[in-house]
Design a protein around this ligand. Structure first.
Ligand code: NZQ
Ligand code: ZN
Length: 391
């Protein structure tokens, strides 16, 4: 296991009706004027936005609001948010929504403390040193942004989807009420779950040896996803199953399962180009990317794939042909995602083979490679995109 530091300062407030504590929590964390950020309207329709505003008013806090964050959030609204926050002397941001809203809020928070263009943090031209505090009320279990040190934004000029990762942008608190996810369409619930599983896979496939503790944490989380997701898809009002998925989503990405090991993340990079070009939901895009990436990289460490197949997907170990066990595990993952209504091939998300050169050209390779488990350059990326079409 490698040396590591683990810093997860976010306070999590978990459970039923916890959104009603938003006002007192913002006050406790030093807010005087709050910027409420939200998405395309689900929080308006559900009444959540009104409850949050009531809670802020009861805590005698001023606020302004800006909705309209799109899934796969864009830079244009970030600029608008920064301008509005400056005009209004905002000192605290409350994101009410999913990963897209939270990521947009994180970008605005950093941008407010920076004289240059906030995009510098996403292009790699600058490193964020501070932000005004960002807190969240989460409405979908998926991205893990409620506890993560990341934000992903799309630059509309050229449709570049890029991430910024730094501990300064971890939310100060996150309110997690699983009941808020009950209004999600089935497809979004399933796509969110695929994203959670993908965050685990990105950490699980490592070249670092002797990481049994984090391997077992990863496997435990995957097993609980395999058990809880079908329950929610069958009964969307199953609070306890939603609660288990919500906490899995946070733990899968606040990095407690990724410490002390080299992580991969090339599948996320490959997927971000699919979201940017086809507008596909991030988790659904990952359900297309991962099986192909797994088949491509499997022989690099077939025993690790066989371990996943046996410990998580219940396959029997074939000691004479471990690659058969590994393949069976990947097939079971595909079956699971398919049964949950997710796409697993490019055609299902509108992908075209002719787009492969464009997708590869857009990757942030800078002459180098993606990932670490198996370094992925242009030729490898093209091959993996091609494998996403195979039946
Ligand atoms: O915009 P509204 O109307 O709120 O609708 C949203 C949106 O259409 C809807 N929704 C959310 N909660 C709902 C709901 N509808 C009904 N009831 C609810 N309770 O769901 C749709 C998707 O929302 P979004 O915020 O886009 O989902 P998600 O949390 O999956 O976020 C995806 C974004 O996060 C990024 C992705 O790349 C993508 O841009 N990621 C961020 C990460 C991070 N910051 O650490 C890591 C991830 O790997 C990921 O890359
Ligand atoms: Zn993700």
């Amino acid at each position: 296991m490698d040396n590591f530091q683990f810093f997860s300062p976010t306070r999590f407030i978990f459970g039923k009706d916890t959104e009603n504590q938003a006002g007192t929590l913002c006050k406790e964390f030093g807010a005087s004027k709050v910027f409420i950020h939200f998405g395309g309207g689900s929080v308006v329709r559900s009444g959540l936005l009104d409850r949050v505003k009531k809670s802020l008013s009861e805590a005698e806090l001023d606020f302004v609001q800006l909705g309209g964050v799109k899934p796969n959030p864009e830079d244009t609204l970030v600029y608008e948010g920064i301008k509005l926050c400056k005009q209004e002397n905002i000192d605290f941001i409350l994101a009410v929504g999913g990963g897209s809203v939270i990521d947009s809020a994180k970008a605005i928070g950093m941008g407010l403390c920076y004289d240059g263009d906030f995009w510098d943090f996403y292009s790699g031209a600058a490193v964020p040193e501070k932000t005004i505090p960002v807190a969240t009320v989460l409405t979908i279990s998926a991205a893990g942004s409620e506890g993560s040190e990341s934000s992903v934004i799309t630059k509309t000029d050229g449709m570049y989807k890029r991430g910024c990762s730094n501990d300064v942008i971890r939310p100060v608190f996150s309110i997690l009420n699983p009941a808020l996810t009950q209004t999600l369409p089935v497809y979004q619930t399933a796509a969110g779950a695929a994203d959670i599983m993908a965050h685990i896979f990105e950490r699980y496939f490592t070249n670092t040896k002797n990481v049994e503790t984090t391997d077992r944490l990863c496997e435990g989380l995957l097993l609980s996803m395999l058990r809880e997701l079908p329950k929610v898809l069958e009964d969307p009002d199953d609070y306890d199953a939603r609660a288990n998925i919500m906490w899995a989503g946070t733990v899968a990405h606040n990095n407690i399962i990724g410490v002390g090991r080299k992580q991969d993340w090339s599948s996320h990079d490959l997927e971000h180009e699919l979201s940017a070009l086809y507008g596909v939901t991030h988790g659904a895009g990952l359900a297309v990317v991962f099986p192909a990436w797994m088949k491509y990289t499997m022989n690099h460490d077939v025993m690790r794939f066989a371990q996943l197949a046996v410990r998580v997907f219940g396959c029997e170990m074939d000691f004479f042909h471990p690659e058969r066990t590994a393949r069976k595990g990947i097939a079971r993952l595909e079956q699971f995602w398919r049964a949950c209504g997710l796409p697993i091939r490019m055609e299902e998300i509108g992908g075209k083979k002719d787009d492969i050169p464009y997708l590869v050209g857009h990757l942030e390779l800078n002459g180098g490679t993606l990932g670490s488990f198996v370094p992925i350059g242009e030729a490898e990326a093209a091959e993996i995109y091609g494998m996403m079409f195979e039946k």
